[in-house]
Design a protein around this ligand. Structure first.
Ligand code: ZN
Length: 160
């Protein structure tokens, strides 16, 4: 079956950075399953998935504009360590939930110097070109309920 609107596709992916470093892979897990056309995966990848069939393997490079968006330098802030009162000692690479203008955002600690903690509210993959290695493992028709909800329901999953 071919991936199109109103289908649910499953695929294995390996995501690598510009330098060839593997950022994430589904190979050790279950394939990722999504409702095509609902914006549940990054736009550049969703576009490349359209028209593929079960068993297809392909590679696609996704520019930041069609991936996790550009980086916004104003989302990088330096805050005093006291802002983390009651939270674990901030260390580079740690992620905290913060408040952004549009609701909760994940911020990543990128540097700690003395009392100064640099936090970055950008998605870790913002501004990056994403290289995907894809294998389509399954394509099926979406259920009416999935189309209503705009997302996939797993086996036996039901909710209001
Ligand atoms: Zn649902």
């Amino acid at each position: 079956m071919q991936i199109a609107e109103r289908t649910v596709a499953s695929f294995h992916y390996t995501l690598t950075a510009e330098n060839g470093e593997v950022i994430d892979t589904s190979r050790e897990r279950e394939p990722l399953t999504y409702l095509h056309g609902a914006g549940n995966i990054v736009p550049g990848l969703e576009k490349a998935m359209g028209g593929r069939n079960t068993g297809d393997s392909f590679q696609v490079s996704v520019a930041p504009e069609e991936g996790y968006g550009p980086r916004h330098e104003e989302m990088v802030q330096v805050v005093p360590k006291s802002a983390f009162e009651g939270a674990p000692e901030p260390k580079p690479g740690m992620q905290f939930q913060g408040q952004g203008p549009q609701g909760p955002v994940m911020v990543t600690v990128t540097a700690v110097e003395g009392d100064q903690v640099t936090i970055d509210g950008n998605h870790p993959l913002a501004g990056k070109t994403l290289h995907f290695d894809i294998e389509v493992t399954d394509v099926r028709e979406a259920s009416e309920e999935e189309l209503d909800h705009g997302h996939v329901h797993g086996a036996g999953e039901a909710h209001a």
